[in-house]
Design a protein around this ligand. Structure first.
Ligand SMILES: *[C@@H]1O[C@H](CO)[C@@H](O)[C@H](O)[C@H]1NC(C)=O
Ligand SMILES: *[C@@H]1O[C@H](CO)[C@@H](O)[C@H](O)[C@H]1NC(C)=O
Ligand SMILES: *[C@@H]1O[C@H](CO)[C@@H](O)[C@H](O)[C@H]1NC(C)=O
Ligand SMILES: *[C@@H]1O[C@H](CO)[C@@H](O)[C@H](O)[C@H]1NC(C)=O
Ligand SMILES: *[C@@H]1O[C@H](CO)[C@@H](O)[C@H](O)[C@H]1NC(C)=O
Ligand SMILES: *[C@@H]1O[C@H](CO)[C@@H](O)[C@H](O)[C@H]1NC(C)=O
Ligand SMILES: *[C@@H]1O[C@H](CO)[C@@H](O)[C@H](O)[C@H]1NC(C)=O
Ligand SMILES: *[C@@H]1O[C@H](CO)[C@@H](O)[C@H](O)[C@H]1NC(C)=O
Ligand SMILES: *[C@@H]1O[C@H](CO)[C@@H](O)[C@H](O)[C@H]1NC(C)=O
Ligand SMILES: *[C@@H]1O[C@H](CO)[C@@H](O)[C@H](O)[C@H]1NC(C)=O
Ligand SMILES: *[C@@H]1O[C@H](CO)[C@@H](O)[C@H](O)[C@H]1NC(C)=O
Ligand SMILES: *[C@@H]1O[C@H](CO)[C@@H](O)[C@H](O)[C@H]1NC(C)=O
Length: 794
């Protein structure tokens, strides 16, 4: 969704040198989206039957005007608001951002970002983070958390919001979605899986308006059916199966039709195929019609008004009064409106939100610049306690999660962990205090980065910087700590002239990379001359250790420099950033993070670039052809047999590990058929047969090093040759983070379900297991496969 005010970057599309003119041949293939009507009614399948009955009973008591209110947002204290209906004891719904924190409140925590969390490759951590974050949303009186993110998935290294989501690998993101949603909703809170679907770039995500009307449509993500299933829908299937209450449709078009009025995407893929039982809400201002959107499957219009971002505050709406008018004039079936309300109220009852739910914290109304009080035209009772502190002991958890998500990319001559260094030189504008406040919405020069910008950011209540944590730790060794925080100075100076000690034990360089909603990145380089800072320091200091706080993929041209002895990618770690990194630097936590994407040798190696610099004024000129199909991130580098700098899944430890004894046992009671048995009824997550375990695969993991530590055995499947062309050489289908003492061994098992062995067959519209031998490999990264075997499934 949108954040409270648009930055200049949001309005000026960055100009990458990628121009994709209209190609009518491809337009013929993707030029339209199939019609899928009518919109399916909710059935309450998957355990929501009782809640569905309550929702129906509630809906039956509503007037037409109340039903219209239920499906239409209004300005109010939260970023999204559904007004109360006091006569039925319904207190309304408060919808709040975002994926790493509850944003528009005070006294809340800032957690590690999605990309950071993905790098943990740790299911338990993902759940714990979701549960703790969810407690804060609930404590502040939000019924709905606009979190988590699986779109963007990460087709493009440059996409501005990749850090809000998890990883370009759909399996990893699927697990992260499931664990985060289960954690969030364990608080009786509703989660919202966003953005459905194909939201893979920010540039032209919204149409161009002139004088209030659209002169150029938004970018159209043109995605073939197989790619849609095997990449972009995949993690949303996990979300729906996990019982996610709501799904947010995205800004851009899909095959030429707006995502929030695309019947194939909403009625077809989401409600029929994935059996989604909750409600679809629009991204803020992503609704472009009334009746057509409703019939295509949109259930709630947010924030509810007309115009770009729904910012024409007033009762006028494509929904609202128009819903009633459309029912009365016979255009819209009243039962569809009932289903919209029933879908909204079913998770509300299922999660027990009708009982003792906390009130909205009045602080939220003051911090909500999106719909300030003078725009409210309905009444909100804000009589709860103001400025409730919901942080509990989450700081300790965030510190631990930040450390456990840090990825060690290089470590020569045991540079790390530090061994009580006596002279520590710290470099870089990312090391120290933020100089422009604690609400990161601009790419400020001085200050460490713990989150990106836009609706997915958080409002810090305190921040432990790297420099302050290093000083605190170093004082125990009586060490000398000096810092040079001006990147321009460091990058352009001969370091020896900066009064640096002649023999620093270690030079720690802190660098950052900003990214924000509404703008794609224009570069993969570290910000603020980061590369020159490293070169400058490393030319003087033969023990240079680089730490990055970044939104994601960075070019690391100095990675092989002889004096760069260690590299740590810490991404956006949240409020305990300094403590988390010091725990890693000094070895109190043994690094176990793994790269959730690929770092290429050269920026030119990446594919799937955002579509930018479209010069045509043709209203339909903005088209993104997902022609790389399944070949994103490591699937692409593997298919093209390209060398990379650091591959997907890579990350070092202070210990060493060994894998052995690959064993496989079938879990199927009878012969496995190539296609799943047809389902008898719609089920959340799609055909339940897809989720049945077919094989258990086990390996033995041993910690062969001197210190305790965790690592992540990863299982990759290679499909047999009978799979259709375009099948990636290997795909992640299992991972498990395991903690072992020095010398300890453990058996690790991966459960592989039918979906893991299947491809989406476009002609039969079914998941199919190809005949022949699957290659099964388990290793420590996508290119460090230690034990291999094979198995025929059908
Ligand atoms: C349009 O796309 C088709 C199919 O990918 C390709 O063969 C053709 O060369 C493209 N035409 C232009 C003008 O780029
Ligand atoms: C987009 O077009 C492709 C190719 O015709 C089709 O397979 C797919 O189902 C379409 N998807 C949507 C959402 O319209
Ligand atoms: C939804 O349920 C209503 C009322 O039971 C029924 O009239 C309507 O036809 C159903 N719609 C669909 C698409 O099944
Ligand atoms: C914008 O719309 C107004 C009112 O409809 C009209 O008077 C004005 O000329 C328009 N401006 C432009 C630049 O088209
Ligand atoms: C109905 O929608 C139209 C725009 O399509 C808008 O001008 C009008 O104000 C809306 N009416 C209501 C009652 O919201
Ligand atoms: C019925 O009402 C809807 C919503 O205002 C409007 O879009 C539609 O044009 C109307 N249809 C008729 C036949 O009046
Ligand atoms: C707050 O307002 C609600 C709704 O009017 C009312 O039910 C509740 O008793 C009020 N609470 C307090 C503490 O005044
Ligand atoms: C940073 O260093 C550059 C180059 O020496 C200098 O021009 C600039 O004023 C310095 N910035 C600050 C904030 O001191
Ligand atoms: C690194 O530099 C220090 C002091 O400049 C020197 O004592 C040490 O031998 C050097 N180490 C290596 C590996 O060159
Ligand atoms: C590495 O550091 C040493 C100082 O210890 C310096 O003499 C040497 O030139 C540096 N190497 C490079 C490639 O800059
Ligand atoms: C689009 O405009 C840019 C900047 O004016 C120019 O460099 C580029 O060549 C143009 N591209 C096309 C396809 O006309
Ligand atoms: C597969 O593994 C699961 C979990 O470890 C276990 O419960 C199940 O019994 C195993 N099944 C077979 C057939 O080995």
């Amino acid at each position: 969704m949108l954040y409270s005010f648009l930055s200049a970057a949001a309005l000026l599309a960055p100009a990458l040198a990628v121009v994709q003119p209209l190609n009518t041949t491809i337009l013929g293939q993707y030029g339209h989206s199939p019609a899928v009507y009518p919109s399916p009614n909710a059935t309450g399948a998957g355990g929501w039957e009782e809640a569905l009955a309550k929702a129906k009973e509630f809906t039956a008591q509503l007037t037409a005007a109340e039903k219209a209110d239920m499906v239409t947002g209004k300005p109010g204290p939260c970023v999204g608001n559904i007004v109360a209906i006091p006569r039925l004891g319904f207190g309304g719904l408060c919808l709040q951002d975002g994926p790493l924190a509850i944003r528009t409140v005070d006294y809340a925590s800032v957690f590690p970002a999605g990309v950071t969390t993905a790098a943990s490759f740790d299911r338990k951590l993902m759940y714990e983070r979701g549960a703790a974050m969810g407690a804060e949303f609930r404590g502040k009186g939000a019924q709905v958390a606009l979190s988590p993110v699986a779109g963007p998935l990460g087709r493009s290294a440059y996409a501005g919001r990749n850090w809000e989501g998890f990883s370009p690998d759909p399996y990893l993101t699927g697990v992260a979605m499931e664990e985060t949603i289960t954690g969030l909703q364990s608080n009786g809170l509703q989660a919202c899986a966003k953005h459905w679907i194909g939201n893979e770039q920010e540039t032209q995500r919204n149409p161009t308006y002139k004088n209030g009307s659209i002169v150029q449509e938004s970018i159209s993500a043109n995605i073939d059916d197989r790619t849609m299933h095997e990449l972009y829908m995949w993690p949303f299937a996990n979300a729906v199966r996990a019982g996610v209450a709501s799904v947010m449709c995205s800004y851009q078009r899909l095959n030429g039709s707006y995502a929030c009025e695309n019947s194939k995407a909403l009625n077809g893929y989401l409600k029929e195929e994935l059996g989604f039982q909750g409600y679809v809400m629009s991204d803020w201002g992503a609704t472009h019609s009334g009746v057509p959107s409703i019939e295509a499957g949109l259930d709630m219009n947010m924030p509810g008004g007309l115009g770009l971002y729904g910012l024409t505050f007033g009762e006028a709406s494509d929904f609202g009064g128009n819903v009633t008018i459309a029912v009365n004039n016979g255009t819209l079936d009243a039962s569809r409106v009932d289903d919209m309300v029933i879908r909204i109220m079913t998770p509300y009852f299922f999660l027990g939100q009708d009982k003792d739910y906390p009130t909205v914290d009045p602080s939220s109304a003051d911090l909500n610049t999106f719909s300030p009080k003078d725009t409210w035209f309905r009444e909100y009772v804000l009589n709860g306690t103001r400025s409730r502190d919901v942080r509990a002991d989450h700081g300790a958890l965030i510190r631990k999660h930040g450390a456990e998500s840090t990825v060690l990319l290089k470590n020569v001559d045991n540079a790390l962990p530090l061994k009580s260094p006596k002279i520590i030189s710290v470099f870089g504008n990312d090391a120290s205090e933020d100089t422009q406040g604690f609400y990161n919405q601009v790419d400020f020069e001085y200050g460490t980065l713990v989150a990106g910008g836009g609706s997915g950011t958080g409002r810090l209540t305190y921040l432990i910087t790297p420099l302050e944590a290093i000083k605190a730790r170093a004082s125990k060794d009586g060490a000398l700590v000096q810092q040079w925080l001006n990147n321009t100075l460091v990058a352009t100076s001969d370091i020896s002239t900066l009064a640096i000690p002649e023999t620093p034990s270690v030079c720690l360089v802190f660098l950052k990379t900003w990214a924000e909603e509404a703008a794609d990145r224009v570069s993969l380089e570290l910000d603020w001359d980061g590369n020159d800072v490293v070169e400058s320091v490393a030319s003087y200091c033969n023990n240079t250790i680089v730490v990055t706080h970044s939104s994601g993929i960075n070019d690391l041209p100095w990675a092989d420099h002889e004096n760069v002895t260690a590299i740590l990618a810490a991404h956006y770690p949240g409020q305990e950033s300094g403590n988390s990194i010091v725990d890693i630097l000094y070895g109190d936590v043994n690094p176990s993070g793994k790269l959730p994407y690929t770092i290429a040798l050269s920026n030119d190696d990446y594919n799937g670039l955002p579509t930018t610099a479209v010069n045509s004024t043709d209203p339909d000129a903005w088209q993104a052809w997902f022609e790389e199909k399944l070949e994103i991130d490591y699937r692409f580098f593997d298919a093209q047999n390209m060398s990379v700098r650091y591959e997907f899944g890579f990350g070092l430890s202070y210990s060493t590990f060994e894998l052995s004894d690959l064993a496989m046992s079938s879990c199927a009671s009878a012969n496995v058929s190539a296609t799943p048995a047809p389902q008898s009824a719609t089920t959340p997550g799609g055909n339940p047969a897809l989720w049945e375990n077919l094989y258990n695969i086990t390996v033995t993991l041993k910690n062969t090093g001197d210190v305790a530590g965790a690592t992540v055995p990863q299982l990759y499947l290679s499909y047999p040759d009978s799979a259709p062309a375009g099948t990636p050489p290997k795909q992640l289908r299992g991972f498990e983070k395991v903690m072992l003492e020095s010398g300890e061994s453990e058996s690790v098992s991966f459960e592989l379900m039918r979906r893991d062995f299947s491809y989406w067959d476009v002609s039969s519209q079914e998941w199919v297991i190809p005949a022949g031998e699957f290659g099964v490999s388990v290793g420590f990264s996508s290119r460090d496969l230690k034990v291999v075997g094979s198995v025929s499934v059908v």
